[in-house]
Design a protein around this ligand. Structure first.
Ligand code: SAH
Ligand code: SF4
Length: 379
């Protein structure tokens, strides 16, 4: 149980931990040691941190803790996709999904409980905004997943030695750039060699287009960027992604160009949710080609995952194929995100929310996982 006086060390990036240790009269290298214990060894017990002075260990034991959000459910599908539902208090839960592939393992992380952007095709948005996650709750998802996966591997007869999480995508619940102050230290930890040591190219922030915060991310910590486009003109995008009224397409495209000057990759990934009869005609595809002419980019087409209240349908496979072909004929690299099964609201970021009935939700989560698989294609 968290004591109000107790500091959760998962809330600190390197700088924060140095400052905290400084307050205890400790030198910066102690913070580095402590950070390795936390993020590289998954320690939660200060007594086990044998290379720290006993006096520091006892100080920490009385005023600090290493506390990741509690797990409500943990489900593994037959192909290894693993989904955790994570408790973030006040009957809110968010989800974290691990997607193993041949050459990489991707963790999809949530940044908010609910989302205020309220895109028409997104069940997270439909749930409204509950609250921002703290840095501890964001990095806690990676911490929890990393050590849970290591544990599982250790139990296998012949565990592989390579890393299990090679990529992180902020594509779970919430708009990461509307929770910037908590997301930034979490991103720093993902890249930190004394924590997870991931390369900037393998950490992707996905945004609905919060233009000023794209500039800040570019200045503070340029990682790979995915932009949820979903429409080829302002009238359509105003309707699908209401944030477009604030930051219309010409501003968004200009922000993408500015970001590319500092980005670790030389393209932006545009995500495009394929909605039957709404945004999926050849004319839309041609309009997209013109819209993105000055932005080096790749397209990731996401077949819509329907949910009952949306009133929207997934584009037919043939339509998606033709749409992709128009983009590819114009020289744009285009992938279609694979979904198997036709279940509802189980895609990354589509499930949890205000959890009033955990048992029912955990069951839904199990049902969803057993019948379909989510495949995220990070850039
Ligand atoms: N808020 C951020 C990141 C989370 S959403 C963003 O919007 O980019 C991650 C991705 O899932 C986004 O591209 C979003 O458009 C997509 N998505 C949301 N609802 C979906 C649905 N019902 N079917 C398919 N993709 C969906
Ligand atoms: Fe929020 Fe992203 Fe869902 Fe839009 S798609 S409502 S920005 S989580």
């Amino acid at each position: 149980m968290t004591n109000a006086e107790t500091v959760n060390l998962l809330d600190f990036d390197a700088e924060g931990l140095v400052a905290y240790c400084g307050g205890l009269g400790e030198k910066p290298f102690r913070a580095k040691q402590l950070q390795r214990w936390i993020h590289q060894r998954g320690a939660t017990d200060f007594e086990a941190m044998t290379d720290l002075a006993k006096s520091l260990r006892s100080k920490l034991a009385t005023r600090a803790e290493i506390s990741a959000p509690a797990i409500v459910s943990d489900n593994i599908s037959t192909d290894g996709t693993r989904k955790w539902l994570v408790d973030v208090g006040n009957s809110n839960a968010v989800e974290t999904v691990y997607i193993p592939e041949e050459t990489r393992g991707t963790l999809c992380i949530s940044s908010q409980a609910g989302c205020a952007v309220n895109c028409r095709f997104c069940s997270t948005g439909k749930q409204g905004f509950n609250r921002n996650l703290s840095t501890a709750e964001i990095i806690g998802q990676l911490w929890m997943a990393e050590f849970a996966l290591r544990q599982t591997r250790a139990e296998l007869p012949a565990p592989a030695s390579e890393r299990v999480i090679t990529n992180v995508v902020m594509m779970g619940m919430g708009e990461p750039l509307l929770n910037y102050d908590a997301v930034l230290p979490a991103l720093r930890l993902m890249l930190d060699d004394n924590a997870y040591g991931l390369s900037r190219r393998r950490v992707t922030v996905s945004t609905s287009g919060v233009v000023p915060m794209m500039d800040r991310l570019g200045a503070d910590l340029p990682v790979a960027l995915a932009v949820s486009l979903h429409a080829s003109n302002d009238a359509l995008r105003d309707n699908l992604v209401p944030l477009n009224k604030k930051y219309p397409l010409h501003e968004l495209m200009a922000a993408c160009q500015r970001y590319l000057r500092v980005a670790p990759r030389d393209f932006i990934t545009f995500e495009y949710c394929m909605l039957d009869g709404v945004n999926d005609s050849d004319a839309h595809a041609r309009e997209l080609v013109a819209l993105t002419r000055d932005v080096p980019c790749k397209f990731n087409l996401i077949p819509f995952n329907p949910f009952p209240e949306s009133g929207l349908l997934r584009s037919k496979p043939d339509r998606i194929k033709h749409f992709a072909q128009v983009l590819m004929d114009a020289g744009l690299i285009t992938t279609v995100r694979k979904t198997r099964g036709d279940d509802i609201d189980a895609a990354c970021g589509q499930l949890a929310g205000a959890v009033q009935d955990r048992t029912r939700l955990a069951q839904r989560s199990r049902d969803a996982l057993s019948s379909r698989v989510i495949e995220v294609h990070p850039v």
